[in-house]
Design a protein around this ligand. Structure first.
Ligand code: DCP
Length: 708
């Protein structure tokens, strides 16, 4: 549910810049002979000529739409040029588009705070630049105004027939009686026009823009006049704009929320919301709705040039649906390999690490229509390394499939089952944060992992679902530049769906894997956060975690790891965490040089490379999103103050010797952190570790153990 934010100031200048038919432009730059011709980019999938994912404006003039497939596009526009997206690993390779987007961002970010919102969209806060321009060269003092500025659309500006629109825009810009805010917006029009011209000059790409006093209005305006144009929203025209704006056209109201406003409140336009009281709208969606009905939106432009998340996905329409676990595993491996490469490159180039791995899929089940049951998305802490990501993604898939099939896994015939099929798969990495630099930063680095997770309190059944994105905005999903292939609806896609019974053969790998999952120990991370809670509260009385403690204890995502945990059996209860170790360090303000005995809690968590030790391994991302973010912010600003009830008690509960840290744990950390960690550990190494300590602490579990 969106959070209402009051306008911090009406005197802001915010621009939303959106590239025009972006993938087409990238392909046309590669093949300049296609410029000006009806062109579309099609998905790798060849069914019915492939799905169109980007359509040039020339092709749109012929009636070609993105919802069409290649064959259909050729029917309506025989001369259309269909360009296939580049392919790598048997799927679309979007790197050239991502890189092209980065070129644009580097130009746009020169004039103000810049937020990369998707592969081809950017928000800019141009307030400072506009204020400076207003002081130095106010619009009314300008004689020569560039053509691109005069071509701006100014909402609410009446252009009578036969009147030169550019002249009207010139007058509006140079109005002596304009409000301060409108003068700022006029300055914004100059700045954005110049930026757009610069983008064209440097990259050969055109883009469109909206200029307003907030993000919401700027985004609305950028799509109003495309391609290669800009639209200004003066304050006085906001009411008129929203009055006639269909509910579904508003970002965030395109989905269920918008539908419920239409059906429950009978609202057709955003303006229709004005008749309802704040209380009434609050019942539907906080007071955010009341605000947007009035064009109020205090959201800041985040200074972020890098994506919020990375992802890789592929669709398997119709007969290509995956029907064996082996084929799912094959594709997951491919997707994870790509994801891992991008994570590694982000780590190397930007020194950023991701914390959460999420698996999304679409599937059908025999006897149920595709739309009836959603394949649950699952997430877990992200462990770096291709193999680990692959393992974890498969585990997530298994857990989701088991849930999807309603645990009704019995018999099937042969390896290819007739009961379910996967029509799309994607993996994504989110919660990406910079790695702090310097030795002391290791502490911060681990401290930063301390999550607070509301999922600890989630009911068992929802324990590891990844629900729909927390924001109601579809476009929010794009914020991470996730390269999902387009969902393709294949008409024959549900021909497999005939009978209702879902039975899998004993020999089906799924059965085996399901059994494997089923056989996991109660305390395994796959069970549920509630399971973890049980483990914590019942089996670890000494830890005395309160019910609301947002730090679930389970955190090992891989089957292998879970099996390892299983082997360790009851000895595992009471795992201390390396995270606590660092937290304790921070809290106590002790120098690492002088203290080598402290708390630990679930060393395995550390082996997960910066995984939120306290986040449920398989959890609902949007359930944890806000608290986790909040907590992380608190830690960033004031390390160690991410207070968790009873944390101090827990910190006192377990002492262990630093020499007992399993080096395989450290090997799983990123190389630079490893180095720092090793350097940091060395001075503390002591030859004799008392045996009694080993037996008394859960940390011994993580040491090489002859019994395992
Ligand atoms: N894209 C995709 N699959 C989709 C939608 C879009 O792969 N279902 C890709 C291709 C687009 C790019 O993302 O070129 C940007 O999407 P936009 O929605 O911004 O659309 P375009 O830039 O293509 O056109 P427009 O000029 O209407 O913004």
């Amino acid at each position: 549910m969106p959070v209402a934010k009051r306008e911090t100031s009406d005197g802001r200048v915010i621009a939303h810049v959106d590239m025009d038919c972006f993938y087409v432009q990238v392909e046309q730059r590669k093949q300049p002979n296609l410029r000006g011709l009806p062109t579309a980019v099609i998905q790798y999938n060849s069914f019915k000529g492939g799905a169109l994912i980007a359509v040039s404006y020339e092709a749109r003039n012929f009636g070609v739409k993105r919802s069409m497939r290649g064959d259909e596009a050729k029917d309506v526009c025989p001369q259309i040029h269909l360009v296939q997206v580049p392919v790598a690993r048997g799927k679309a390779d979007l790197n050239s588009y991502r890189n092209a987007g980065s070129e644009v961002v580097s130009i746009l970010s020169k004039k103000g705070r810049c937020e990369r919102a998707s592969i081809d969209e950017v928000y800019l806060d141009l307030t400072d630049a506009a204020e400076t321009m207003l002081l130095e060269m106010p619009p009314e003092a300008r004689e020569d105004i560039e053509e691109e500025v005069l071509k701006s659309h100014v909402l609410g500006l009446e252009i009578k027939e036969g009147i030169d629109a550019k002249e009207e825009v010139r007058k509006w810009i140079r109005r002596g009686d304009a409000t301060y805010q409108d003068k700022l917006l006029a300055c914004g029009a100059f700045i954005v026009a110049n930026l757009r011209m610069q983008v064209l000059k440097d990259t050969e790409f055109t883009c469109s823009a909206g200029i307003a006093h907030n993000k919401m209005l700027a985004k609305l305006a950028s799509g109003m006049n495309k391609p290669a144009q800009q639209t200004v929203v003066p304050q006085s025209s906001v009411g008129g704009l929203l009055e006639s704006l269909p509910i579904k056209k508003m970002k965030q109201l395109g989905g269920k929320l918008g539908s419920s406003l239409q059906s429950d409140l009978g609202c057709k336009t955003v303006g229709d919301l004005l008749q309802f009281s704040e209380e009434k709208l609050h019942q539907h969606c906080s007071n955010w709705l009341w605000n947007i009905a009035r064009g109020i939106n205090g959201e800041e432009v985040e200074g972020r040039l890098l994506p919020k998340s990375h992802g890789s996905g592929k669709t398997f329409p119709g007969p290509q649906a995956l029907k064996t676990l082996a084929s799912v595993q094959h594709w997951l491996n491919e997707l994870c390999e790509e994801l891992s490469e991008r994570l590694q490159s982000d780590l190397n180039l930007n020194k950023r690490i991701a914390h959460t791995l999420t698996l999304h899929a679409r599937a059908y089940k025999k006897g149920e229509s595709d739309s009836l049951r959603k394949f649950p998305s699952k997430s877990c802490p992200l462990r770096y390394g291709t193999t680990k990501i692959q393992e974890d993604a498969l585990t997530l898939f298994q857990a989701a499939l088991r849930e999807f099939l309603g645990f009704c896994i019995s018999k099937t015939h042969g390896n290819e089952n007739n009961n379910w099929g996967v029509t799309s798969l994607s993996v994504s990495a989110s919660k990406i944060v910079p790695i702090p630099s310097g030795t002391h930063s290791i502490v911060k680095y681990f401290g930063g992992q301390v999550p607070s997770s509301s999922s600890f309190n989630q009911p068992l059944g929802n324990a590891f679902d990844e629900a729909v994105p927390s924001s109601p905005s579809g476009s929010e999903n794009c914020s991470g530049l996730i390269s999902y292939e387009l969902q393709q609806n294949y008409p024959g896609g549900d021909t497999e769906i005939k009978n209702s019974e879902a039975c899998l053969h004993e020999q089906d790998p799924l059965c085996n894997l399901s059994r494997k999952v089923d056989s996991l120990p109660k305390e395994s991370s796959l069970e549920s956060p509630a399971g973890s809670e049980d483990r914590t509260t019942k089996s670890e009385p000494y830890r005395e975690l309160p019910a609301k403690d947002p730090r679930p204890l389970s955190s090992t995502p891989s089957l292998k790891a879970v099996e390892k945990k299983k082997t360790a059996g009851n000895n595992l209860k009471g795992n201390c965490s390396i995270m606590d170790f660092f937290n304790n360090y921070q809290n106590s303000q002790s120098s690492l040089e002088h203290k080598n005995v402290t708390n630990a809690h679930d060393v395995k968590t550390a082996s997960s490379f910066g995984l939120p030790s306290t986040m449920d391994s398989y959890s609902t991302c949007n359930q944890i999103e806000q608290p986790a973010e909040r907590c992380r912010e608190e830690i960033d600003s004031n390390v160690g103050e991410c207070s968790v009830p009873n944390m101090s008690q827990r910190r006192q509960a377990w002492d262990y010797n630093i020499d007992e840290i399993d080096h395989s744990v450290i090997e799983e950390l990123p190389p630079e952190i490893q180095q720092e960690f090793q350097a940091w550990l060395r001075p503390h190494k002591r030859p004799n570790v008392p045996n009694s300590k080993r037996g008394s602490s859960i940390t011994h579990y993580f040491l090489p153990d002859k019994s395992r």
